[in-house]
Ligand binder design. Structure first.
Ligand code: AKB
Length: 339
C-alpha cells in the first residue's frame, strides 16, 4: 500500500524550510516528502520521510512520486521570485505557471484515484497588485483582494494567473464532461506580504531589502539598501507566514468564502525598519542606493493589504507586529544564529 504523505515543493526555499521545521513538531502528522531542485538542508533531513532532488516540470519524476506515495496535501511553494523572474521571464513562466498547472493536475489525478479531495495550499504574493503611481498607493492604503490587480512583474502576473488556475481546478475543472469530477482539488491560497526570517536570507525577491538589512547588521557588515528610505510595503515574520499556511490548511471548509486570502502583519517604510535595526545593532551601517528598477516594483506594490476576510473566515491573527517582530523574534533568533 502506498504511504499517505504531505508533499512540499520548493522545500529547500525559505518558506519550505520554515514549514518543515514547524510541521515536524505537529503530533500525529503525515510524513513529509520534500521536493526541490537541491536535496534538503542536512539539518532538516531527519524531519522528513524523503528528500527528492528534482524539477517540478519533470513529468517522469512526478509519475514516480505518485506511484510510490498517496499525496494527501500539497504545499506548492516552488517558484522563481520577482527580481529573478525579471531577468528570466520565460523561465519564470515555465516554473511559476506550467509548474503550478502540473501540480494541480497531479492533485486532481490523486483525488480521483483515492476518491478523496487533495488539499492544495498555495502561497501567492503582494506582487499580484500593481498600483498605477505613488499618489494612488498612499491614498488607497490597505487594498482588498479584488482591487488593483494589474501586476507589473512577470512573477506578479504568474502568481495572479496561478490563483485563477487554482480556483478553476477547484470549481470548474471538466465542467462540460458528462460526469463531473467527484473528488478534486481543495485549493487554498494566501497572498503574502514581504516575509522576514531570522534563520535564512532570501534571494531573488524584491522585498529582500528588509531581511538583508537585518542580517547584515547582525553579521556586522555594511548594507546598501536598494530602495528609497520612504519605500513602504507590508511585512510579516516567517513564523507568522507559516502560521498563515497551516491555519488556512486546517480551516473549516464550510467557513471559507473565497479561494484567495490576503494576510498581513505590519507596514514599515525602509527608514523605520532601519531605525529598528539600529536600535538593536547600534553599529549598523545602512546607506541608501536605490535601484530604479527594483524601486519601481516596490512602488507598484500596496503600502498595506486588507486581511479582514482571513480574520473573519479562519481566525487569522499574526503573532508579531513591527515592534514585537524585532524584539521577540528577529533580534534574539538572529543574535543566537550569528553568535
Ligand atoms: C518577492 O519579493 O518576490 C517575494 C514576494 C513579495 O513575493 N518576497
Amino acid at each position: 500500500m502506498r504511504k499517505r504523505v504531505i508533499l512540499i515543493t520548493g522545500a529547500n526555499g525559505e518558506v519550505g524550510q520554515g514549514l518543515i521545521r514547524q510541521l515536524a513538531q505537529v503530533p500525529d502528522r503525515l510524513p513529509i516528502i520534500a521536493l526541490d531542485l537541491r536535496t534538503l538542508e542536512p539539518a532538516l533531513l531527519p524531519m522528513v520521510e524523503a528528500s527528492i532532488a528534482g524539477d517540478i516540470l519533470d513529468a517522469n519524476m512526478l509519475d514516480r512520486l505518485t506511484t510510490e506515495y498517496e499525496i494527501d496535501t500539497i504545499y506548492h511553494l516552488a517558484a522563481l521570485l520577482s527580481t529573478h523572474s525579471e531577468f528570466r521571464p520565460e523561465a519564470a513562466h515555465r516554473v511559476n505557471v506550467q509548474g503550478t498547472v502540473d501540480m494541480l493536475h497531479l492533485a486532481i489525478e490523486q483525488a480521483r484515484w483515492r476518491a478523496q479531495s487533495v488539499k492544495f495550499i498555495f502561497p501567492s504574493s503582494i506582487a499580484v497588485y500593481g498600483l498605477p503611481d505613488l499618489a494612488t498607493k498612499h491614498q488607497v492604503g490597505a487594498v482588498t483582494e479584488q482591487t488593483y490587480l494589474d501586476p507589473i512583474t512577470m512573477y506578479g502576473c504568474n502568481k495572479l494567473y496561478a490563483e485563477h488556475l487554482g480556483r478553476y481546478y477547484m470549481s470548474h475543472y471538466r465542467q462540460l464532461a458528462a460526469a463531473p469530477e467527484e473528488h478534486g482539488v481543495d485549493f487554498r491560497c494566501v497572498r503574502f506580504p514581504g516575509i522576514i526570517s531570522a534563520l535564512t536570507i532570501p534571494s531573488g525577491g524584491t522585498s529582500d531589502f528588509a531581511p538583508e538589512m537585518i542580517h547584515a547588521a547582525a553579521k556586522g557588515v555594511p548594507y546598501a539598501c536598494f530602495v528609497r528610505p520612504d519605500a513602504v510595503i507590508p511585512f510579516m515574520t516567517m513564523p507568522d507566514a507559516i502560521k498563515a499556511l497551516l491555519g488556512l490548511a486546517k480551516a473549516d471548509k464550510a467557513r471559507l468564502q473565497r479561494a484567495v486570502y490576503n494576510v498581513s502583519a505590519f507596514s514599515l517604510p525602509a527608514e523605520q525598519l532601519a531605525e529598528q535595526v539600529v536600535k538593536y545593532f547600534p553599529n549598523a551601517e545602512i546607506i541608501y542606493e536605490p535601484s530604479a528598477g527594483r524601486q519601481r516594483i516596490i512602488d507598484s506594490w500596496p503600502a498595506d493589504m486588507d486581511d479582514t476576510a482571513a480574520h473573519h473566515d479562519w481566525d487569522w491573527e499574526p503573532d508579531f507586529d513591527g515592534e514585537q517582530a524585532f524584539r521577540d523574534y528577529l533580534v534574539p533568533t538572529i543574535r543566537q544564529q550569528y553568535a
